[in-house]
Design a protein around this ligand. Structure first.
Ligand code: ADP
Ligand code: MG
Length: 367
């Protein structure tokens, strides 16, 4: 099991163009050039200080959907076809670009990680079938569900047909399964996209019905790849998760429903962060059984790969939430004191960042 944690800072939106970007990407350690691996953010209590958080990689405002896919997700496809499960999370405050990163827009350039991943899975499947002259067959099937207030709802079910208590989960030979979850075969990208779009409509309708914005549920897409030869069958799953917003709702709203939601979101995100940290430190005990989401995903059980994309907004209105996201994803941070404002920062922090402990354990190299 290995885990990679990367940060993506979204660009300023149209309404934010007159605002400052206070969250920036910087190269690590003594480097002044090279791919950024550090996120810098001012200390809200003292603007003369900056906090630095180190990640496996950091994508700045210029990074395209294609960059994220090519550097972070494309390398996982090989592992998937080698029989390992892969899991990709988008973590962050509402409005930071989780859905943009995972699903993206309609145009080719705007497509997010999920349609690109599927496109690549189909391409590779066709190649495997062709190269084996038809003796290997690859089948792709999907399930798509959301976890809201610790209940599991099938996104292929129209909201009016759902049982309010959600689908039960059960242990099956050490693996947790959702009982009664729809699994739909999809043989082409087009078929996948139709099913995915339809399920996303169910997601937004159910959000309205439950009087909750979709940002309060985790949306989990599982793509099962089955490779069959004459002698054996190999099954692996790629999971792509658009997590509930990590903001602290208690700060702004204190209605009872919101408190219940917040408690379950906070708990599951907390357990997720603990799992990611335990995996990255190669600890033998991964607390994945402590939340429904990590349990269903069996996070830590399989010999799989996990990628967590931490989505960040650059503007000041997100300052405290951004800081808590960063603290959550990486509890080891460095403080730099900038004597003079706007002085080139890297000169000040030489030698400090290289000592920053970070989340390691990744075995995927940026290509
Ligand atoms: P979240 O799912 O985290 O709540 P969204 O993905 O809905 O956030 O993003 C909020 C807004 O920012 C949307 O209008 C989205 O199109 C825009 N956005 C997010 N990331 C980017 C990006 N990298 N490039 C351009 N626009 C982005
Ligand atoms: Mg969203």
């Amino acid at each position: 099991m290995s885990v990679r944690v990367v940060a993506r800072i979204r660009p300023l939106l149209k309404l934010e163009l007159d605002k400052d970007s206070i969250v920036t990407a910087a190269p690590a350690g003594n480097e002044t050039v090279g791919s950024p691996t550090v996120v810098r953010i001012p200390n809200p209590k003292n603007e003369g200080e900056h906090f630095s958080f180190q990640f496996n990689s950091v994508y700045d405002q210029e990074a395209t959907q294609q960059d994220i896919y090519d550097y972070e997700v494309a390398p996982t496809v090989k592992h998937l076809f080698n029989g390992f499960d892969t899991t990709i999370f988008a973590y962050g405050v509402t409005g930071t670009g989780k859905t943009h990163t995972m699903r993206g827009g309609k145009s080719l350039a705007d497509r997010g990680v999920i349609p690109r991943l599927l496109s690549s899975i189909y391409r590779r499947s066709r190649k495997i079938e062709k190269d084996s002259r038809g003796s290997t067959q690859v089948e792709v099937a999907m399930s798509y569900y959301e976890i809201y207030c610790d209940r599991v709802y099938d996104l292929f079910e129209p909201p009016e047909k759902r049982t309010p208590s959600g689908l039960p989960i059960r242990d099956n030979n050490g693996k947790t399964v959702v009982v009664g979850l729809t699994e739909r075969p999809c043989t082409t990208l087009k078929e996948f996209e139709q099913l995915y779009d339809q399920a996303n409509v169910n997601r937004s309708t159910s959000a309205t019905k439950l009087n909750a914005h979709s940002s309060r549920s985790h949306a989990i897409l599982c793509v099962k790849v089955t490779q069959t030869t004459e002698t054996h069958t190999r099954i692996s799953t790629a999971s792509a998760i658009d997590l509930a917003g990590s903001e602290d709702n208690r700060r702004t709203e204190n209605m009872k429903d919101r408190m219940v939601e917040s408690a379950s979101i906070n708990k599951s995100l907390f357990v997720l962060a603990q799992c990611v940290e335990a995996i990255s430190r190669k600890q033998s005990r991964i607390p994945y059984r402590e939340s429904k989401m990590t349990r269903i995903l069996s996070l830590g059980q399989n010999n799989g790969l996990t990628l967590m994309i931490l989505n960040l907004a650059p503007v000041r209105s997100y300052h405290l939430d951004t800081l808590s996201s960063l603290n959550f994803a990486n509890r080891t941070k460095k403080i730099e004191v900038c004597e003079v404002e706007n002085e080139p920062v890297l000169r000040n922090i030489k030698g400090k960042l290289s000592a920053t402990a970070n989340i390691t354990g990744s075995n995927i190299q940026r290509q």
